[in-house]
Design a protein around this ligand. Sequence first.
Ligand SMILES: [Zn+2]
Length: 343
Amino acid sequence: MNKSAFFEQQKACPVCQYKFTVTRVRSSACFVIERDTDFSVKYRDINPLLYSIWVCPNCQYANTDREFNEPLRPNELERLKKGLALLRSEEPDFSGERTTQVGLRSFELAIRTAQIRQSPAIVLAGLFLRAAWLCRELGKSETEMKYLKQARNLYQHSFEKEWGRQTAKMSDSRIMYLIGELNRRLGNFEEAVKWFSRTVMQKSIKNEPEINRLVRDQWELAREEYKKQQSDKVANTVQPRESQPPEVPENKKDPEPPASRKETVPRSQSRGSKVKMFLSLYMDQVEWLKSMANRCYDRHKVFIEKEAVARGILDAVMEALPELDDFKSEEELKKMLSTKLMD
Ligand SMILES: [Zn+2]
């Protein structure tokens, strides 16, 4: 543990009065490397986000360092005492240095606390968004998407219905931009474009150069992604047999940027053209493929279709395990595959 970066403080839990030690990070020890388009910040060495939630080791009350000591109203206190005792769970030690995993867990407990307390939507939205950032760091894209979706719903609810949201220090342009960007990350490009265009109409945006720049970049991106999604939809629709033969060479119509073309073209050429196949998948499988494709875009700014992700997986399985023959159902195949993958 890098001692000079951390310091300790004694705190008292506002729910059960238990006294415990929290580990805090000196701001001088934090170096920003880059900022993501949903305001997630990447740090070198120490991520202060991991230490921003304090958790009472006695009753598991968890809240941000800024609001931990906020006085609780009598009805909130009563709800928290009952609710926390009821939901009590086995938890890691939150003192000392935290891993990203432990940091994520602290946010999940803060979400649980805020839900029991019935905190405003804007507070919960911020917690879900930060939990999603930590999932991103851990590569847990499915949970990241789940949390981003919660954050999007809560920000939108807050924006449309919550009075006194101003106290959370988020301007209208900022929250509108964020709703747009979360929609874009969730693959709702049309909705994203709508929110971005609303953001640009805000008069106050001139006073927020960061939002003004971000919204224009992301608006452009969402428009491109929307166009691509629409053309994918058309390409994925099964053509009636009379009007269209099933073998449609795809090489010419893929509007993929050169980076990904370089890898896919030689392979698909050597194997002939792709064949359209109507495939029914479960929603979570589609979401997973989509999130994998999005990850590729987020990391390398290269478009990969979810079909390409599925093809890559199929190829890998075909190469690694050419003979999979002893199964009688989808479930058995999955089990057998899982066992082989673990070998
Ligand atoms: Zn406590």
